[in-house]
Design a protein around this ligand. Structure first.
Ligand code: HEM
Length: 134
């Protein structure tokens, strides 16, 4: 890659994993699994009937989180993971469901490089499990 191209495309997980199309595919797969697989029923029941808004929000959040465009964070300054979930009671059951569905979604979309994709899936799963109250 030329120096100019590197400056235009930062060497972050977001760009290395393929950017917006890949993050959108992971999140679509994640919400398809949540919507269709009964093993995520409790997690699904916590969400709004219409998943369209969160299908757009999660890839935008993950973009900023993984070193890509920060539109989600800039749209409402001060908004963060804690603030968007503060009204929710997240127990271990739903936290583990989130973690498992996300690991599956990443594995199903199978972005390259595979080791980086797997590491991202694990970190997101840890994050979700850490949000679950014992
Ligand atoms: C630990 C289990 C989790 C549960 C039970 C949970 C549940 C929810 C629920 C119910 C909503 C509201 C959306 C709706 O009503 O349809 C939401 C929003 C959201 N969650 Fe989670 N969540 C979890 C973990 C995570 C994790 C780990 C992330 C990010 C890595 C995340 C990112 C988001 C984002 C970006 C929104 C949308 C905020 C917005 O733009 O309005 N969540 N979550």
């Amino acid at each position: 890659m030329s120096i100019e191209a590197e400056v235009q495309t930062p060497n972050t997980p977001y760009y290395r994993l393929g950017g917006a199309p890949v993050f959108e595919a992971i999140c679509d797969r994640f919400y398809d699994l949540m919507d269709e697989d009964p093993r995520y029923a409790e997690l699904r029941a916590m969400h709004a009937p219409d998943l369209t808004p969160i299908r757009k929000a999660l890839p935008q959040f993950l973009a900023g989180w993984a070193g890509g465009p920060r539109d989600w964070f800039e749209a409402i300054p001060g908004r963060c993971m804690m603030s968007v979930h503060k009204s929710l009671t997240i127990d271990q059951t739903v936290a583990v469901q989130w973690a498992e569905a996300m690991k599956r979604a990443v594995a199903d979309v199978a972005p390259e490089p595979a080791d980086m994709a797997q590491a991202m899936g694990e970190v997101l799963a840890d994050l979700a499990r850490g949000m679950g109250k014992a």
